[in-house]
Design a protein around this ligand. Sequence first.
Ligand code: NAD
Ligand code: ZN
Ligand code: ZN
Length: 436
Amino acid sequence: MASPTGTQRAVRWYPPAYDIRVETVPVPQIIDPDDAIVKIKLAGLCGSDLHIYRGHEDVDGDLTCGHELIGEVVALGSSFHPNAVGRPELYSTLRVGDKVVSPFTVSCGECHFCRIGFTCRCIHSCLFGIPTLPGGQAQYARIPKAGGTLFSLSALSAASLASGKPGIADVAESSLLLLADILPTGVFAALQVLQHPKISPLLARTAYPFSSFVPNGTVSDAVSAPLQREDRILTIAVVGLGPVGVCATVSLLDMLSTLEANDNMEFRVLAVDPNESRRSKMEAVYAAIDAKDRGSGPLIVTDIQEGKSIANDWTNGAGCNAVLEVVGNNSALTLAYDLVRPFGLISSVGVHQEPPMPFTGREVYNKNVSFDFGRCPVRAMFPIALGILLKRQDVFGSIGEKASLIEKIVSFDEAASVYEQFDKGQCGKVLFDPWL
Ligand SMILES: NC(=O)c1ccc[n+]([C@@H]2O[C@H](COP(=O)([O-])OP(=O)(O)OC[C@H]3O[C@@H](n4cnc5c(N)ncnc54)[C@H](O)[C@@H]3O)[C@@H](O)[C@H]2O)c1
Ligand SMILES: [Zn+2]
Ligand SMILES: [Zn+2]
């Protein structure tokens, strides 16, 4: 198939802020041998688009928006051929016509950071939807380092059909869009907590520091009694219940229910958002999850004030073991700091801006608090996110129902209006069909 040429429709943002236009722009072309051109089937509107939309990102040029896309390969650069040995597999296997999902940033699959799993910090990392890399809210997109960046949905689908096990072939196509960003990001926010050394005493039932690596020759006779039940109750808050916060809560419950079933782990979850409609969505999602998949620990959905008092009551004033911050502003960081207990941790996936963080050195010192911030390594999270996507089609598979994460699919004609609604928290997750 010849590479498409001519023009396409795209959602474009203009500085300084709140200016969304739908324009006709050139169809992107292969400019590097590692590129692929993807015809976009669905594109997402994400909370991260809002930081640019609001003018908070210090971007001074206009751009094609969006960084979440699924679609079909329509052109491949010359690096893609059957003998592309020693390179990521897709350089030798990807074909024109294959369905793909693109993580929201470029990753080569070949550098140290990609090899070790920290794919969001690839030396070639680049976010889609910035002035130098047009985004996914268009009819076509150019994918740099495509053999490392893309996932082939066609290959995953063929593998699940061949194995006879439920797989990607069985899920709603719209739900696959969530693998580009927000579901892996939710998984990342939760996993950063459950893999953290400050949580390991509860999981290993052993007091710190013997819950994790200790040097050879350590004299450890003093450490013996396993942790008591009351010291093993894991109390976690999720701050922010937008689409990413819901993905984080669903992922967290999946992991906690596994820990409960396998290790008798007790847990309590607090899900906090000041926006009433976001709280209702979270409650509906929670109600839709099968009881065995959400464990028997309580989950309370609450506003900020009540959230603080519940955390206090649950823990006799100690605070939460961990807080997932899924908002991206200083009010949320302040709340996370207030909710977390000494020797707790804050797993922050909110995208933060220039203002200094709202804690002093003394406050950080006084709580021995750990912070894990930053961009999700989507490629590394992908297998876990895919497992949760397959299991949770009750939440991710439907559109526009009470418990659906995806609220609606709209045409680009509605772009300016849905950006405004999403910015004001008046709607949930919106996808664009660029061909409507
Ligand atoms: N780290 C990553 O890789 C990554 C990936 C995707 C999205 N994100 C970020 O995740 C964040 C959430 O994205 P989203 O799509 O859910 O956006 P969103 O804007 O829909 O959700 C944010 C939610 O936070 C709530 N909120 C605001 N202030 C609060 C406070 N003080 N306490 C509690 N809740 C508060 C809002 O009411 C809203 O429901 C954004 O910052 C986005 O940029 C990060
Ligand atoms: Zn996003
Ligand atoms: Zn890399």
